[in-house]
Each structure stands twice: as C-alpha cells, then as structure tokens.
Write a protein that binds this ligand. Structure first.
Ligand SMILES: [Zn+2]
Ligand SMILES: [Zn+2]
Length: 244
C-alpha cells in the first residue's frame, strides 16, 4: 500500500482492522450505529460516562491518586503505603467495567479509533484540572513499540495535540527493560529505576502533567516525576485513563 495512505491512516489513529471490522460495540457486541466515529453504542457509552470519577457524587477521593474512597480517609490504602515523586494523579475512571473493556480492546490495536473517544475524555479532564499545562506522554519501551508498531498513549496524544490544541511535550525518553506488567509492586519499583531520561534539546517545563493509560502501582509515573524534578520541574501531576 502506498506509504502516504499508510501514514494518513496512522495519523488518524485508525487501524486496518478498525476499518474492516463491523461496527459492533466493543462492550456489548451489539451494533454501535454509524453516527459515532468509534465502536461504542449509546447505551454503553452512557453507562461508562456515568461511572467516571468526575460524575460521581457522594464520594470522597484519595488526595493523591484520585480514587474514590470507601472507608478510608484522605488517602487510599495504596497511597498510604507508597512514596511517590509526583504531586497528584487524576484517573478518569476506576479500572473496571465498560472502561476496562474499552481500554483492553483499544490497547490490543484492533479498534484504534477508540483513541478519539478516549482523547476527548482526557481533554475534558485536562481542562478541568490542568488547563494550560503541558502534557507529557509516558513513552513505551522501544522494543515494545517496534514489535507493536504503534503506541496507545501516543495515538491519544496526537489527537489531543491536533484536535484539542493541548500542548504535548515528548520530552521523556525510555530505555528498554523488563515489562512492568509481569512484576509485583516491589519489583516494579526497582525495575523502573533509571529507565527514563529527558531529551537534551528541550526545556524542562515547570509544572508538567504526565499522561499514561492505566495507573497500577504508580512506579512508572513516580520515576518519570523523579527525573523531571531532578532536572528542575517544580510540580508534576498526572492524568491517566483509569486506576485499578
Ligand atoms: Zn454497547
Ligand atoms: Zn490513592
């Protein structure tokens, strides 16, 4: 296929399977309708949006990671046990239910058009909490990017930048290493140490906002914040799609 068309498809954040797939909802598998640019039916979309942290009322939230608290006060259990280098995280959702389905299908790459939907939600969160501050996507491991051919955080970042005019700074770089997913909490902390560095030709922003898909132990975001603060950043917050 012509390189230009390939490039165009990549820039639009579309995968081939996405173009060929029937327009079924990725959550309930029923027809999603052609009115949406992404495969999510109106009902599942409404259910999903109703569970976003921004739309929940009657809850208090962890001051550090933004998770809804059940019986804890101020900080969730995970944050009470951890020392993070970032100042706060705003997850859009708890990693569960419809959003978990959407993120999993999106990351597998068969429905890359979901990036448009997810980027729209990230944009709203950025406006609510971090308007004007530069967004720093967490880069994937180089080997993973090579194998997969695209990166889910980068696809969303491109839309945030082009469509929503969010300032995106690709200042963080990553060395290869063992995949975090396979490791437990302690191992993740030591595995990620020293795996990030900053592009030398870019100015360090004072108050960057890290951007990642799923927050699990916080080790990756904390290490990125540490590197940025060591280099002169003053306040480092983060947005992620979901926290488990
Ligand atoms: Zn559905
Ligand atoms: Zn927390």
């Amino acid at each position: 296929m012509d390189q230009l068309i390939k490039k165009g498809i990549r820039q639009l954040g579309l995968g081939f399977l996405d173009l060929l797939a029937p327009n079924t909802c990725v959550v309930c598998q029923k027809p999603a309708g052609r009115q949406n640019a992404y495969p999510l039916c109106a009902e599942c979309k409404a259910n999903l949006l109703g569970k976003s942290y921004a739309s929940l009322s009657g809850f208090s939230f962890c001051k550090l990671c933004g998770k809804a608290l059940i019986s804890e006060q101020e900080l969730c259990l995970r944050c009470r046990k951890s020392i993070y280098c970032f100042d706060s995280i705003k997850p859009l959702f708890r990693y569960d239910g419809e959003i978990r389905d959407v993120i999993l299908v999106y990351k597998m790459g068969s429905r890359r058009s979901l990036a448009a939907f997810l980027a729209g939600l990230v944009h709203e969160e950025w406006l609510r909490n971090f308007d004007g501050r530069p967004l720093l996507p967490i880069p994937p491991r180089p080997k993973k990017l090579k194998r997969k051919g695209w990166d889910q955080v980068e696809d969303m970042s491109r839309i945030l930048e082009k469509k929503y005019k969010v300032p995106v700074l690709r200042i963080l770089k990553r060395f290869d290493g063992t995949e975090q997913k396979a490791l437990g909490y302690e191992a993740r902390q030591s595995n990620i140490k020293g795996k990030f560095y900053l592009r030398s030709n870019m100015q360090i922003p004072e108050n960057p906002v890290l951007f990642d898909d799923v927050f699990t132990t916080g080790a990756t975001l904390s290490e990125c914040a540490r590197v940025l603060k060591a280099a002169s950043a003053l306040k480092v917050d983060a947005i992620c799609l979901a926290a488990d």
